[in-house]
Ligand binder design. Structure first.
Ligand code: FE2
Ligand code: FE2
Length: 283
């Protein structure tokens, strides 16, 4: 049996974005700060898209456990979007702006052109990419733990929950008869969108900060992606694994990592929704 991530409740995180924090909250590293801030801006429309795709697929789902997990997924993603919107308001107060806002809204307005299966396939691909970044972040917790609140808590909680529900969109896609060629097509397209969106928004954050041409920030970029434990080296084999015809997100068991991250926040988390039933999709 491959590891399904099992049950996952909806949790509320106690967090205060008015709390004073360093402008470069990621250990005083401008690049990492701008990168995560770019992710925060883009997450809100991306999660709206994911929620609508999962909701659309619910009438096709027969299995009760999968339906329960889908509802828990919607609850978790809605809570993430709610807190990231608050985080983004704080970033705007600091002078940043979601440069891709209108472009993302335009894309969302055309999302109804996609078939249900295409929407699910794209969601499964983005969930996979998100899970890779979350696994990378939490597996380097020795570095991340010294990032400042409230941002450190936000990303620790969000990363843990992304790993918990990382199988759901893929399970729904396979469970509603989604095929291999369509999935791979959306992986390539979804990856191209992901890279261009977040590269653009990160560069825009650097521009708003007056450091777009600062070589020290670009050195930070090289270190984050291509240094020892860099994201690129971590992500590429995991991204390629998605292309294997028998790939399942639960093949990599992240339950211990997710539980460890949630343990760091246990005094600040409150379960607000029922846990989904356990589901071993890759038995
Ligand atoms: Fe999320
Ligand atoms: Fe997610």
């Amino acid at each position: 049996m491959s590891a399904s991530e099992g049950t996952y409740p909806v949790r509320k995180l106690s967090i205060d974005f008015a709390a004073k924090s360093n402008r470069y909250w990621f250990k005083n590293r401008p690049f990492e700060t701008h990168w995560f801030n770019a992710l925060s801006f883009g997450i809100v429309p991306a999660e709206r898209f994911a929620i609508s795709c999962i909701k659309d697929s619910l009438p096709l789902v027969q299995e009760e456990t999968l339906k329960a997990e889908a509802r828990a997924f919607i609850g978790q993603e809605s809570t993430h979007s709610f807190l990231h919107a608050k985080c983004n308001a704080e970033l705007e107060r600091q002078g940043y702006r979601f440069f891709l806002h209108r472009y993302c809204e335009w894309r969302l307005s055309k999302a109804h052109w996609l078939s249900r299966l295409s929407g699910l396939a794209l969601t499964a691909c983005w969930e996979h990419i998100t899970a890779i970044i979350c696994e990378h972040t939490l597996s380097r917790f020795d570095i991340f733990k010294d990032a400042e609140d409230p941002f450190c808590a936000l990303w620790t909680w969000h990363s843990a929950e992304e790993l918990e529900h990382k199988c759901l969109a893929h399970d729904l896609y396979v469970g509603t008869a989604g095929g291999y060629p369509l999935k791979i097509g959306w992986l390539l397209y979804g990856t191209a969108l992901f890279v261009t969106d977040f590269a653009t928004q990160t560069a825009h954050n650097m521009y708003r900060d007056g450091r777009l041409f600062d070589p020290r920030v670009w050195l930070g970029c090289l270190r984050y992606f291509f240094g020892r434990q860099g994201l690129f080296w971590f992500a590429f084999p995991r991204w390629l694994a998605f292309m294997h015809p028998r790939f399942h997100p639960g093949d990599v068991d992240n339950r211990a990592l997710s539980a460890f991250a949630l343990e760091q926040l246990k005094t600040r988390l409150k379960v607000v929704g029922p846990p989904a039933a356990s589901h071993g999709a890759a038995d």
